[in-house]
Design a protein around this ligand. Structure first.
Ligand code: DGT
Ligand code: MG
Ligand code: MG
Ligand code: MG
Length: 266
């Protein structure tokens, strides 16, 4: 780029470099999906095809970005865990979050057109996603982050499942169902589902109760070592790119998930 007298305005630009040697988690979340799900008549409480679209988008992003070690998502959100030594975009926060949100939005639209061609997208309401990046200083905070998101998935799904059964099968208005559920505990909702609708919540599909997790399988233990040479780094990137990505719908709350996959946090 040639210098010009106007070049000085560059001095106004600001970067935020995310703390090195820490795990970065980037979470994308659909903008206004309450309305989006309404506009495109999502099934209630869970729309299988919409879930497939968001999952395909997350998987594709993970394939494109070898630094993503793990992804977890449900509803209209996905969280991506980057490897500790990741130097993607020199850890520039704005570059990371704008790339994640725009790429994810593009994939979502692509897969929507593929999976839901009977519901063409209207330019008045296109699916777009925001993104935020947070650095977590310890393995425990990373584990707790994913536990937090999975508990959130569980609470929302139990609520939505009970709510929509009260409305659709129980004949309540949404307002009545909302009032019925005020102050209820998980056990109360389980009981309503069982007593009134013969549904054992435990038998609901795991993908709805626990969300979806993608993990890179068995990565060489160099993922964590700092100061890799250029050649080592190229080799690692190649291995990451070729590594198998596994889909799970299991428990992230117990230590067993984390203890049996030390490379995720190394
Ligand atoms: P935001 O994120 O602040 O722009 O606002 P929203 O409306 O996206 O709110 P959020 O992200 O807290 O909640 C996600 C919304 O998406 C929630 O209203 C339920 C809806 N949604 C997500 N997945 C499904 C689904 O499978 N079926 C139905 N019926 N609704 C869904
Ligand atoms: Mg949203
Ligand atoms: Mg959301
Ligand atoms: Mg450029």
């Amino acid at each position: 780029m040639t210098n010009s007298r106007y070049e000085y305005v560059r001095e106004f630009e600001r970067e935020n470099i995310l703390l090195p040697e820490t795990h970065i988690i980037i979470r994308v979340d659909g903008r206004g999906f309450h309305k989006f799900s309404d506009r495109y008549s999502f099934d209630k409480p869970n729309d299988e095809r919409a879930l497939k679209v968001i999952n395909l988008s997350a998987l594709q992003l993970m394939k494109q970005m070898p630094d993503i070690m793990m992804a977890y998502g449900d509803s209209d959100e996905y969280s991506f865990l980057l490897r500790k030594q990741c130097d993607l975009f020199e850890r520039r926060e704005f570059k990371l979050i704008t790339t994640f949100s725009s790429t994810f939005s593009a994939y979502y639209q692509y897969y929507w057109n593929q999976e839901c061609s009977d519901k063409p997208l209207s330019v008045e309401r296109l699916p777009t996603f925001d993104a935020r990046a947070v650095v977590y200083p310890t393995d425990d905070t990373i584990r707790d982050y994913f536990r937090w998101r999975q508990v959130d998935c569980h609470i929302n799904n139990l609520y939505n499942t009970t709510f929509w059964n009260l409305v659709v099968k129980g004949g309540m208005t949404p307002k009545e169902a909302e009032n019925r559920l005020i102050g209820t505990l998980s056990s109360d909702k389980n009981e309503i589902l069982f007593e009134q609708f013969g549904i054992n919540y435990n038998d609901e599909p795991e993908i709805y109760k626990k969300g979806t997790t993608y993990i890179r399988e068995s990565i060489p233990d160099t993922t964590g070592s700092s100061e890799l040479s250029k050649r080592q780094l190229d080799r690692l990137q190649k291995k990451l790119r070729k590594s198998e990505i596994k889909e799970l719908h299991g428990d992230l709350i117990k230590d067993e998930f984390w203890n049996s996959r030390p490379w995720l946090l190394s």
